[in-house]
Design a binder for this molecule. Structure first.
Ligand SMILES: NC(=O)c1ccc[n+]([C@@H]2O[C@H](COP(=O)([O-])OP(=O)(O)OC[C@H]3O[C@@H](n4cnc5c(N)ncnc54)[C@H](OP(=O)(O)O)[C@@H]3O)[C@@H](O)[C@H]2O)c1
Length: 232
C-alpha cells in the first residue's frame, strides 16, 4: 500500500502502529522495486511537491521556472527532483548539505539562504515560488513572480491570510497547500520513483530507536521511516 492518512496543520498529534485502516480511495499500490521505507518517506513529501507546484502553482505543462525553499528539508529536497519531472528549471534555496543535494538532483542554480540577501539577490522571475520551508512571505517575494505566477506555502498563518487578501488585487497569486492522499498523484509519483526519482534525506530506523529518531527529526528534519519487522 502507498499513501498516507489525512494530514493537516490541525492534526499534528499522531501515533505509531503496526496496522492501520485507510480508505481505498486514498491509497495506491506501492511502487515496484522500491523499499517500503523509501516509499513511506516519499508519499507526503512527493505529493506535497506535486500538488503545490503543478496544481496550485499551475506550472505550465511545458515546464517553466520554479524556486523551491527548504532544499535541506524533506519536502524541499524531493521538490527539486519533482520539479525536474514536471519539466521545470529549478532554483533551490537551502543551506549546508541541502545545497549539494539540490545540485546533484539537477537544480539549475542554488542559493545559500545563510549568505544571500533573499529575495533581494534574485533577479529572475518564476512561474512558481514554492516556499516548502514556510519561512517567507508573498508580500516580500511577489516581485520574483511572473504575472499570473504563484507563491505556495506549506503552513497557514495570520500573515498568510493577510497576504491572501492582498493578493486578490494583485497580478500574482498566493496559496496554502493542504496535501491530499490522491491515488492518481500517488501513481504518478510511484512511476517516477520506479524511474529513479531520489528521496533525499530519508533514513530508516528500527522501532527500538524511535526516541532517538524523533529527536533527530526535530533537529535535522528530513524523513525517518520506522521498521517494525526486525522486532521491538
Ligand atoms: N500543508 C501541507 O500539506 C504540508 C505537507 C507537508 C509538510 N508541511 C509542512 O512543510 C514544512 C516543511 O516540511 P519538511 O518536512 O520539509 O520539514 P523539514 O524536513 O524539517 O525541513 C524544513 C526546512 O526549512 C528550512 N528552514 C528552516 N528555517 C528557515 C528559514 N528561516 N529560512 C529558510 N529556510 C528555513 C530548513 O532549512 P535549513 O536546513 O537551511 O535550516 C529545512 O530545510 C513543515 O512546516 C511541515 O509541517 C505541510
Amino acid at each position: 500500500m502507498f499513501g498516507f492518512l489525512p494530514y493537516g496543520p490541525f492534526n499534528k498529534r499522531g501515533a505509531f502502529a503496526q496496522a492501520l485502516i485507510a480508505k481505498c480511495e486514498e491509497i495506491a499500490s506501492k511502487p515496484k522495486g522500491i523499499s517500503h521505507e523509501t516509499a513511506a518517506a516519499a508519499a507526503t513529501t512527493g505529493l506535497t511537491a506535486i500538488q503545490s507546484m503543478r496544481d496550485l502553482g499551475r506550472l505550465p505543462a511545458s515546464g517553466g521556472q520554479v524556486l523551491v525553499t527548504g532544499a535541506s528539508g524533506g519536502v524541499g529536497s524531493i521538490s527539486v527532483g519533482v520539479a525536474n519531472k514536471l519539466n521545470a528549471s529549478v532554483t533551490a534555496v537551502g543551506s549546508g548539505m541541502g545545497l549539494e543535494i539540490a545540485r546533484r538532483l539537477g537544480a539549475a542554480s542554488v542559493l545559500d539562504r545563510t549568505q544571500a540577501d533573499l529575495p533581494g539577490n534574485i533577479h529572475e522571475q518564476f512561474d512558481v515560488v514554492f516556499d516548502a520551508a514556510a519561512a517567507f512571505r508573498w508580500r516580500k517575494w511577489r516581485g520574483t513572480l511572473k504575472t499570473g505566477g504563484a507563491f505556495v506555502t506549506t503552513l497557514p498563518s495570520f500573515a498568510f491570510a493577510v497576504d491572501k487578501a492582498a493578493s486578490l488585487f494583485a497580478r500574482t497569486r498566493v496559496h496554502f497547500v493542504n496535501v491530499k492522499s490522491r491515488p492518481a498523484d500517488l501513481e504518478l509519483l510511484a512511476g517516477w520513483l520506479e524511474e529513479g526519482l531520489e528521496v533525499p534525506l530519508a533514513t530508516s530506523i528500527p522501532v527500538r530507536d524511535l526516541a532517538k529518531g524523533l529527536a533527530q527529526l526535530q533537529k535535522a528534519g528530513g524523513r525517518i521511516s520506522v521498521r517494525v519487522a526486525d522486532g521491538f
